[in-house]
Design a protein around this ligand. Structure first.
Ligand code: NAD
Length: 354
């Protein structure tokens, strides 16, 4: 017989979801009263950038196809100079978190509107959060300027995402929903989205990995990724995200695989302190135990299961545990450096989470 207490804070969102909706980019730019759009991509997705450039016709203002991971400030400055030389008044980002990060960094500096077409499941497109690196240090900030104005989820753009990256990117999305369920500022609406996001990804990812061109499974995975990304943008993240931030920032581990390896271990660490969240996660996964269920999903998706297999030096474990304790994020279970080091050691060796 307890009463509820919560604060609900929603970011503005305009979401166009559906196969083929990339065709609506020009309409969206006109709706925003934009005349010259800068297209962003990574070198690997240059061909997609060219297709969209043709489609935009007179609204096309130029392409910058050098986006890289972790949003280095030097790359942003180069893109900014190009954007200004081309007199662009809007940004169209095509890609995963790396390309979207570049678009956000440009909007932070110019306040230009962004239309984003995500091609992974990382969720950055629906958050007002930007991580940037300079002199080897990654810093994160929030601003309403950073949040994209329009997000177009066109499933057709995800069909080329390789199975291995689909699996780890999907696990990255799951991590947002998991931590939203035990967030300090958790609220019932975001928790509904989190549970639905976990359900959608748990049922679709095995199908996506087995049949990467299964349009229905891809669409379901993208739906889940949107919900999970929205959770990331809406409430605070905890130990799992802090660990991944440290491992990515200090040891340069790849973003999505790091989330994948750590998620079951972070869940195991927090399980005793967040029983209600664990029940919701287990239900959404269709299992009776959240930790074992998440680990089984990763195994089923054939993802990396050990930090040592994704570039982590064994000698770094103690240092990583130390760094996790600095500027610590709020966490449901108090942070104990020794227990965190033990968890990291298990994750490093690829042992089952405990
Ligand atoms: P990514 O954007 O780095 O993409 C990985 C590679 O896959 C790139 O080469 C990319 O071109 C390619 N790729 C992407 N989609 C593809 C597709 N559909 N077909 C073929 N190739 C494709 O990977 P990511 O995991 O999406 O993003 C990671 C970055 O995003 C990290 O820097 C992370 O910090 C950031 N991020 C930020 C937030 C936020 O809210 N600020 C949220 C999540 C991730």
């Amino acid at each position: 017989n307890q009463t509820q207490t919560f604060t609900y804070n929603a970011a503005p969102a305009r979401i166009l979801f559906g196969a083929g909706r990339a065709a609506e980019i020009a309409d969206e730019l006109r709706r925003l009263e934009c005349r010259r759009a800068l297209i962003l991509s990574t070198p690997a997705q240059q061909q997609l950038a060219e297709q969209i450039a043709q489609q935009l016709g007179e609204l096309y203002g130029g392409s910058f196809t050098e986006a890289v991971m972790h949003t280095p400030v030097a790359v942003t400055e180069k893109a900014l100079a190009y954007l200004q030389a081309q007199q662009c008044d809007s940004i169209v980002a095509l890609g995963g978190g790396s390309t979207i990060g570049l678009g956000k960094a440009l909007s932070l500096r110019t306040d230009l509107p962004q239309v984003v077409l995500p091609t992974t499941y990382a969720g950055s497109e629906v958050t007002a959060i930007l991580g940037q690196t300079e002199n080897g240090i990654k810093t994160t900030q929030r601003s309403p300027r950073i949040l994209p104005e329009v997000v177009i989820y066109d499933v057709n753009l995800t069909l080329t995402l390789p199975p291995a990256l689909s699996a780890t990117s999907g696990m990255n999305a799951l991590a947002h929903a998991v931590e939203a369920l035990y967030a300090k500022d958790a609220n019932p609406i975001v928790s509904l989205m989190a549970a639905e996001g976990i359900r959608a990804l748990a049922r679709s990812l095995p199908r996506v990995v087995a049949h990467p061109d299964d349009l229905a499974a891809r669409s379901d995975a993208q739906y889940g990724a949107w919900l999970c990304g929205t959770c990331l943008g809406a409430v605070g993240m905890a130990l799992h995200h802090k660990i991944c931030h440290v491992l990515g920032g200090t040891f340069d581990l790849p973003h999505a695989p790091t989330h994948t390896v750590m998620l079951p271990h972070a869940l195991a660490y927090n399980a005793p302190a967040a029983p209600q969240a664990m029940r919701v996660i287990a239900d959404a996964l269709g299992t009776d135990d959240a930790v074992r269920g998440m680990y089984a999903l990763a195994q089923q998706l054939d993802t990396p299961l050990a930090l040592r297999d994704i570039g982590m030096p064994g000698s770094g474990v103690a240092r990583a545990a130390e760094l996790v304790m600095q500027d610590a994020y709020w966490n449901p279970r108090p942070l104990e450096q020794q227990a965190i080091a033990a968890m990291l050691a298990r994750a490093w060796a690829g042992e089952t989470p405990a």
